[in-house]
Design a protein around this ligand. Structure first.
Ligand SMILES: NC(=O)C1=CN([C@@H]2O[C@H](COP(=O)(O)OP(=O)(O)OC[C@H]3O[C@@H](n4cnc5c(N)ncnc54)[C@H](OP(=O)(O)O)[C@@H]3O)[C@@H](O)[C@H]2O)C=CC1
Ligand SMILES: Nc1nc(=O)c2c([nH]1)NC[C@@H]1CN(c3ccc(C(=O)N[C@@H](CCC(=O)O)C(=O)O)cc3)C=[N+]21
Length: 301
């Protein structure tokens, strides 16, 4: 039996189209154009690709996009000054600082400086705290995209055993919090976990976010499980071009799992769509307008 392939690229296209319709309505009815500001420090080629994709897809969804490129050697104060300016700019509803940052810039200080209602990444402690305590804050884009794919595939997640591999503030921890909110029984595994294979084999839902190319083989997967592969790892190929692989050995996992996301074309495109969704939501809140509901359901059609 071969697993169903969860098509994140297509799901993200539908979601972006739905977001675009809401953005046009917002402009026509309320003269509000959601604006997204992305700050990129340094020349990391992978980051440049993501930033370009974000800007293009924001414009395609009828949003305004602002890009700030700062040199790798930029002093921390300059980054904080720019954030202050964007915090006060009414045309900017969402601010994203591409991570990682160079060593002289303290990522926590930078994240703390973003106004929580403009923190479309959901990394500010106010938003992380809201997620942990059941409040209503901005939810990090990658875990949100994963959850949408899971709910589309499985419907109600209550009672399912979920294993999250990885405990970063960006993916693993908020993913675990979201799954707990859906009443899954959640295990978070990491580099100190004793028997990773055993933990994984218990999972009805396995989310891999470790950043180790093809670490999870098919025989760690429970037959019929739903596998979400968050990993984006560039590996060398004989032709010298390199290619992207996930944290899961796709070829063996696909033989065991019930459903699986591919890399590329799985979680990555959903991350960007959710970033646009958070920007739309931020714009509505900042203008005292109701936040559009049910976009994902509408997008699935
Ligand atoms: N698709 C998308 O949109 C996105 C993809 N990513 C990708 O997801 C992956 C994870 O990203 P991120 O969370 O930022 O990564 P981090 O490096 O911040 O975290 C990795 C986590 O994996 C754990 N880990 C590392 N090695 C092992 C191991 N051998 N066994 C068990 N656990 C291990 C670490 O454990 P410990 O805490 O003990 O060190 C850590 O908790 C990367 O490939 C990244 O590129 C990230 C963001 C968005
Ligand atoms: N503040 C911040 N927020 C982030 O959300 C953030 C970040 N920093 N730093 C880096 C990671 C990584 N990330 C990705 C987004 C989209 C794709 C994506 O669209 N991937 C495509 C392929 C892209 C390609 O071909 O290179 C896919 O998987 O199909 C991948 C990775 C967001 N991140």
């Amino acid at each position: 039996m071969s697993a169903a392939i969860i098509d994140g690229k297509r799901a993200a296209e539908h979601l972006r189209a739905e977001i675009g319709r809401h953005v046009v309505r917002l402009r026509e009815q309320h003269l509000v154009t959601p604006g997204l500001a992305v700050i990129l420090v340094g020349e990391d080629p992978a980051s440049q690709v993501y930033v370009r994709n974000k800007a293009r897809q924001a414009r395609e969804a009828a949003m305004a996009s602002f890009e700030y490129r700062l040199p790798y050697s930029v002093p921390q104060e300059k980054v904080l000054e720019l954030i202050e300016r964007l915090n006060d700019d009414p045309a900017v509803h969402g601010i994203l600082v591409q991570l990682p940052l160079p060593p002289q810039v303290d990522a926590d200080r930078v994240i703390n400086a973003i106004r929580p209602d403009k923190d479309i990444d959901g990394f500010h402690p106010v938003n992380a705290g809201a997620l942990a305590t059941g409040g209503d804050g901005m939810v990090p884009c990658t875990p949100l995209g994963c959850l949408m794919l899971l709910k589309h595939r499985l419907g109600d997640l209550a009672g399912l055993r979920a294993v999250v591999l990885g405990r970063s503030n960006i993916v693993g921890k908020p993913m675990a919090a979201l799954l707990l909110r859906e009443s899954c029984t959640v295990t978070v595994a990491h580099s100190k976990t004793r028997d990773l294979a055993d933990e994984c084999r218990r999972a009805d839902i396995l989310v891999a976010a470790v950043g180790r190319p093809r670490m999870v083989p098919g025989d760690w997967i429970k037959p019929g499980a739903t596998v979400i592969d968050v990993g984006i790892n560039r590996i060398d190929t004989p032709d010298g071009k390199g290619r992207l692989v996930g944290d899961v050995v796709f070829d063996s996992a696909v033989e065991v799992a019930g459903a699986i996301t591919p890399v590329p074309g799985g979680v990555g495109p959903m991350t960007i769509a959710c970033l646009l969704l958070n920007t739309l939501e931020a714009a509505c809140r900042q203008h005292g307008l109701p936040v559009p509901q049910g976009l994902m359901e509408a997008a699935w059609g």
